[in-house]
Design a protein around this ligand. Sequence first.
Ligand code: CP
Length: 327
Amino acid sequence: MPTPSPSPYLPFGENKNTSWYGRDIISVKQFQRPDLEYIFGVAHEMRGMVERIGTFNLLKGKILANLFYEPSTRTSSSFTAAMERLGGSVIPINEVRYSSVMKGESLIDTVRTLECYADVIVLRHPETGSAEIAARAARKPIINAGDGIGEHPTQALLDLFTVFEELGVGVVDGLTITMLGDLKYGRTVHSLARLLSLYNVKINYVSPDILRMPRELIEEIAAKGIPQAEYATLDQVLPETDVLYVTRVQKERFENPEEYERVKDSYVITPEVMKAAKQDMIVMHPLPRVNEISVDFDDDPRAAYFRQMEYGLYVRMALLAMVLGKA
Ligand code: CP
């Protein structure tokens, strides 16, 4: 991971649209380019602080409730690490089966309970729209950590921050981004495609026919003038790709297990496949991976997916500080 340098982002004072205190983070539709530059500027500062001093007391006395109705390793633990690096503490509800949810408590009552004890709630839930429902019921900020096949806005923010930090702040306009794999159920690609549509990029979608990007999302992005194209194979677009965003085929979203078996290994990134790609491009993945990227590729400098996870810590530190009025 490159060492942080003096911030390449907008100085904080130059961004007028910076009032995130008390706000929910539900969808990437909430963000415009100045917001992103502000968030990434704060995240860049957080990275420098972690590298210099590790943990500091910006959110001392603040409490995060981490409420996860679906499994998570990265999102859950990076929000915990983010809060603890900022001097705050965490109520972890990573297994709702040990909570009163198993007695039939509703999402709204659960959120209303947790906000009695916490200053901010991070929520992952299997139903699209659940984060918005929770936010309407709650007085404290709700951060959407994934709502079914809907959105995963903090993942999209960390994904774009990864592109900025790896390829350079000024270069996003003009990039070709290729999204590969499960584009139907993959909420990370839904959020990321929306966020990228704020820039002058070209987006390629490569997927099996039954896992294509939702039509309404393609239309939404086309309305912003973004060139997009769909393919069934990677080889047509790999040589022009600057960012290859690989996704897992989401077994848990399939109703028919045979369909999953048929498409699960449609694409596998290997060192051999990557011979056709540029040397200065990057490969990203929100993780977890199953078979879609061979471990043989992990040591290639273009493999950015482990660095991407670390960038997520800094973005989540920035978001917590912002919604709690400390950035
Ligand atoms: N990328 C991501 O959301 O990972 P987890 O499911 O482990 O949180």
